[in-house]
Design a protein. Structure first.
Length: 234
């Protein structure tokens, strides 16, 4: 009974030591704090049970205490598979995933979305690639916890599919812009030809007017001569 009470108090001490955790954090830091807390918890249990005469019961309860704190797999890469540590690791992973997803979403909205929503002939695929580089740099500067690589890998996978769409849209815009420029050049040439034609027509009209002005006095003379001849015939 005494060992059970000691184990309970030791477990409470462990939880108290682990209360300093702030999720998300790196799993390595979490496990380091766990190791320190486990060491203090074991010492606490040993002090509370130092007068127990039943050595077998002591070892049994100590073993149970250790298992309640953490159990590990037997594989080469030892992984936590149970105990209080596992629940902390799972909480950390959940918090990390949430923080990383929110971060990459905000970075995309900040660096990439403005380019995508304003695609124009001036935009190049390099501009999109540069934006993605900025996202990756700032992401790994600020992402926390064990989910950072998985979240970013998922982001890149989805982004790769989107990039094909962006590239197709950009090519379409650039093609349309090139066709529009050709059409504008043709219209400009037509305007120039029209202006030149107008100038030629105006010049011809001016020449005709000048010719008419020159021939009007001569016509008057002919009329006068004709009148005089009629008078003489009378």
């Amino acid at each position: 009974h005494h060992a059970i009470v000691a184990a309970t108090k030791a477990t409470e001490l462990y939880k108290s030591k682990m209360s300093v955790l702030t999720f998300p954090m790196e799993d390595g830091d979490l496990k380091r704090i766990h190791s320190e807390a486990t060491e203090e918890t074991t010492e606490c249990f040993q002090k509370l049970t130092r007068l127990d005469s039943d050595g077998d019961a002591f070892e049994e309860h100590l073993s149970q205490l250790s298992v309640s704190l953490s159990t590990n797999s037997d594989s080469e890469v030892s992984e936590c598979t149970g105990g209080l540590l596992l629940s902390y690791l799972q909480q950390n992973k959940t918090a990390s995933k949430k923080q990383c997803q929110s971060l990459v979403h905000d970075l995309k909205r900040s660096h990439l979305t403005p380019i995508i929503e304003n695609l124009s002939p001036e935009i190049e695929m390099k501009d999109i690639a540069d934006a993605i580089t900025k996202i990756e740099t700032e992401y790994y500067q600020n992402a926390k916890g064990p989910a950072k690589n998985t979240v970013y890998d998922d982001f890149v996978k989805n982004l790769e599919e989107e990039r094909h769409q962006y590239e197709a849209q950009l090519k379409m815009i650039k093609s349309y812009d090139a066709d529009l420029k050709i059409r504008n050049d043709e219209l400009q040439q037509q305007r120039l030809l029209h202006q030149q034609q107008v100038k030629v027509n105006n010049s011809l009209q001016l020449q005709l007017q000048e010719q008419l002005m020159k021939t009007q006095p001569l016509a008057k003379q002919v009329v006068e001569i004709g009148k005089c001849m009629k008078e003489e015939l009378k």
